[in-house]
Design a protein around this ligand. Structure first.
Ligand SMILES: Nc1ncnc2c1ncn2[C@@H]1O[C@H](COP(=O)(O)OP(=O)(O)OP(=O)(O)O)[C@@H](O)[C@H]1O
Length: 735
């Protein structure tokens, strides 16, 4: 058992620490690397040269060792606590990105760091975070000192683990704030006591919005891991809202394997003269050297056969398989599981519960198995024991996405292999990869060793009716994922052999897909007319909406795309119900789309060519490529709009009043005419008493509506009064 430290020894420790911090500050300041320099290009320190504070024994002069050329962690101006943590994690020598970025980051500069996957970027930001707070002597009462944002929960969890290892001997409190966990209320109670937050963007914003007294005003360091992903359109609004609540005076560190240099993005984050550190910019390849990459042509209808054969041929490997949608992952996982390939199977996608996701992730880290996944596992994840194979069954959306997917293997010093299935229509992707310095070898598939699974799948679908639905959904969502891709050079849904594809999933009939039919229809029409351009615009619009939906809902309502005659393979008269249901879904979808396009109260402005524009776009001025909006012009525009609206409102009200008056007059005239006839009738037939009763009955049905919508019963006023009222109304109409 460790003996509790005495007060004196605690005091001594504190003094030592204060002394250490003073030395570190002096060291950092005196040996700052030149801004814009690349420490990787400097010669390493000589092996026996003194490190840190050096006192000349003769003159007593004090100097410090240069840390810009450091190759080992102990040569850096970092605290003993961090050094101990690094040692505990087994980290001694720095990787290239660490050598290049740590000297700049330690002296407080903003960093824009790019390095290949698996090259150690996590430590490149975790160390500066710990050191900054240590030097500032950050304590529990100081609140949030650093925020590290990651695009996925699993990655956030992984960063948290690294922080726990390296920061083990520090006293900071750190918290993992990720969505999907139920304990948000517990988090709310504790979040204000945390010094380092590791979070996903959504959960951070939730705390900013909902947690009382949540305070980031003292923030020292902001980190964006997988920065290009966090800065892209999917997180744009969330990130902007987060950044607007952070102090501008802070250090910002951005890291990714595929980095952004977009000035607009950097402006959003208010980076101050960032250091651009791209250690592998001049490298011959964009991917790790130990990664062997291959691609081969696999027609859509053979993809599952090929995947099945591949798995059967690699039963002793750890394989990560990428598919494009949750529903595909679900179907392939469930179907292959039932077919028992002889290796454990797992699946991971964004629609799984958080606890399950984390469980699967750690199981896959530990054991030999096949993990079917969407792109949720494509970035940043460092599976403990090396992944042997990354198989991309569905083509990635772009080169960056490819690089991140294959980056799950061949990490740090280990090797790895990857294979990409490309359909004949996707061959352009190969060119793009080669142009982006991805050394990918094209191989021919050995079809002799292909083990077809389609027949097995058909039998499976008959045996398990639930699987039919899964297969249909997988079918629809795959087509939809192709449909919404931006790069139409590679992804062309019309070129897909959809009947063969449907059969390859074991489906007895091809489900009809609304968006495909629409596209065909509009194509035919466009052939007749020359309105090709407007059709393309429509398609882009559709695809943008579909993508938005896919991002938000993760293909939640694929059923909406099933047409009325979707084959229903269930029992009994389910077909009939299915028909009705899908019809209502189509209607619902149409309605929803109106809302998706145009939230209530938005105004659509068209330019001279009839294209829609943002309402203020016409006011903007374009100077040297940047769009600028004059604030005065904007105010004036809004004022004018308000006045216009008021005027239109007035006119509308006037018109409505007139319409009501006219209606009333018509009714009155009718009434008058009716009464005259009544009187005549009365004169001709019946007794006096009967005539009176009749009059009363008829009159009691009549209601007048005043402008103020009050109701006046007709039989409460006399005929003479009614006539007088009618006259008055007539006069007022003409006046
Ligand atoms: N200096 C080091 N010495 C030894 N191992 C290291 C060092 N730095 C990082 N590693 C190990 O290398 C692996 C990859 O590191 P990390 O996850 O930080 O890579 P990354 O560059 O962030 O990858 P990605 O781009 O995929 O997110 C991890 O297992 C990590 O523990």
């Amino acid at each position: 058992m460790r003996r509790p430290k005495s007060r004196a020894s605690r005091k001594q420790q504190k003094n030592n620490e204060v002394q250490e911090i003073d030395i570190l500050k002096e060291w950092i300041e005196s040996q700052k690397p030149e801004s814009g320099s690349n420490p990787l290009a400097l010669d390493p320190l000589k092996s026996k040269s003194p490190i840190g504070r050096i006192v000349d024994p003769e003159s007593g002069a004090v100097s410090f060792s240069s840390y810009a050329g450091a190759r080992k962690f102990y040569e850096l101006p970092i605290s003993k606590r961090t050094k101990n943590g690094l040692e505990r994690g087994g980290f001694k020598k720095m990787t290239d990105i660490q050598v290049a970025s740590l000297p700049h980051a330690l002296c407080g500069r903003d960093i824009l760091g790019a390095a290949k996957t698996g090259s150690g970027k996590t430590l490149a930001f975790v160390i500066p975070v710990l050191e900054k707070l240590h030097r500032e002597r950050w304590g529990p009462e100081d609140g949030v000192g650093s925020i590290i944002i990651s695009p996925t929960r699993e990655l956030a969890g992984q960063i948290f683990d690294v922080l726990k290892t390296v920061g083990k001997y520090h006293t900071f409190s750190a918290g993992l704030l990720i969505g999907g966990r139920k304990d948000v209320d517990v988090e709310k109670e504790r979040v204000n006591e945390l010094n380092i937050l590791i979070c996903t963007p959504g959960r951070l914003l939730q705390h900013m919005d909902e947690t009382p007294n949540f305070d980031c005003s003292q923030l020292q360091v902001l980190v964006l891991d997988e920065a290009d992903r966090i800065l892209d359109i999917g997180f744009k609004k969330t990130l902007n809202a987060i950044v607007s609540q952070l102090p501008k005076h802070r250090q910002t560190l951005l890291f990714s394997a595929t980095q952004t240099k977009s000035v607009q993005d950097l402006a959003r984050l208010s980076l101050k003269d960032p250091e651009y550190i791209s250690v592998h910019e001049k490298a011959v390849t964009a991917t790790p050297n130990r990664l062997q990459q291959t691609a081969m042509i696999v027609p859509l209808e053979q993809k599952l056969d090929m995947l099945w054969s591949f798995i059967k041929a690699h039963l002793r490997s750890k394989i990560l398989v990428f598919l494009s949608s949750c529903k595909e992952v679900k179907f392939v996982f469930e179907a292959f599981k039932k077919l028992r390939p002889g290796i454990p199977l797992k699946c991971l996608h964004g629609r799984m519960k958080q606890e399950v996701r984390l469980g699967i992730y750690s199981q896959f880290c530990e054991s030999r198995s096949v993990l079917f996944s969407t792109d949720v596992a494509s970035r940043g994840l460092d599976f403990n024991k090396a992944v042997d194979w990354v198989v991309q069954v569905d083509c990635p959306e772009d080169v960056a996405s490819y690089i991140h997917r294959v980056g799950r293997t061949a990490r740090y010093l280990s090797g790895g292999r990857s294979i990409l299935f490309l359909m004949p229509s996707e061959m352009k992707m190969l060119e793009k990869l080669q142009a982006a310095k991805v050394p990918i070898q094209f191989i021919k598939a050995n079809t002799k060793r292909l083990e077809p699974v389609s027949k097995l799948l058909s039998a499976l679908l008959v045996k398990y009716p639930d699987m039919q639905q899964l297969a249909q959904r997988a079918f629809i969502t795959y087509l939809r994922s192709i449909f919404i891709q931006k790069d139409k050079e590679i992804f062309d849904v019309t070129k897909l052999p959809i009947d063969d594809y449907s059969a390859s999933l074991g489906l007895p009939m091809t489900p009809k897909v609304r968006f495909l039919n629409q596209k065909k229809k509009s194509k035919n029409e466009s052939e007749k007319s020359t309105l090709v351009e407007s059709e393309t615009l429509d398609m882009e619009n559709e695809s943008a909406i579909a993508k938005e939906e896919l991002l938000v809902e993760d293909v939640k309502e694929d059923k909406d795309f099933l047409l009325k005659d979707t084959p229903d393979l269930g029992e009994g008269n389910a077909n009939e119900t299915g028909d009705i249901m899908s019809a209502t879904r189509i209607l619902k979808k149409k309605k929803l789309k109106i809302n998706v396009h145009r939230p209530v109260g938005t105004r659509v402005v068209f330019d001279e060519e009839g294209n829609t524009q943002a309402p203020l776009a016409m006011l903007a001025e374009k100077t040297s490529g940047e769009i600028q909006l004059d604030q005065d012009k904007k105010k004036e525009y809004y004022k004018k709009m308000r006045e216009e609206l008021k005027q239109v409102d007035k006119e509308d009200k006037l018109l409505e009043r007139q319409r009501l008056r006219e209606n009333r007059m018509k009714k009155k005239m009718k009434l008058k005419k009716g009464q005259r006839e009544d009187d005549e009738e009365d004169d001709i037939s019946g007794s006096e008493g009967e005539a009176d009763a009749n009059k009363k009955r008829k009159r009691s049905k009549i209601y007048f509506h005043s402008d103020s919508e009050e109701e006046i019963k007709a039989d409460s006023i006399s005929l003479a009064e009614q006539e007088q009222l009618a006259l008055k109304l007539l006069n007022s109409m003409h006046s």
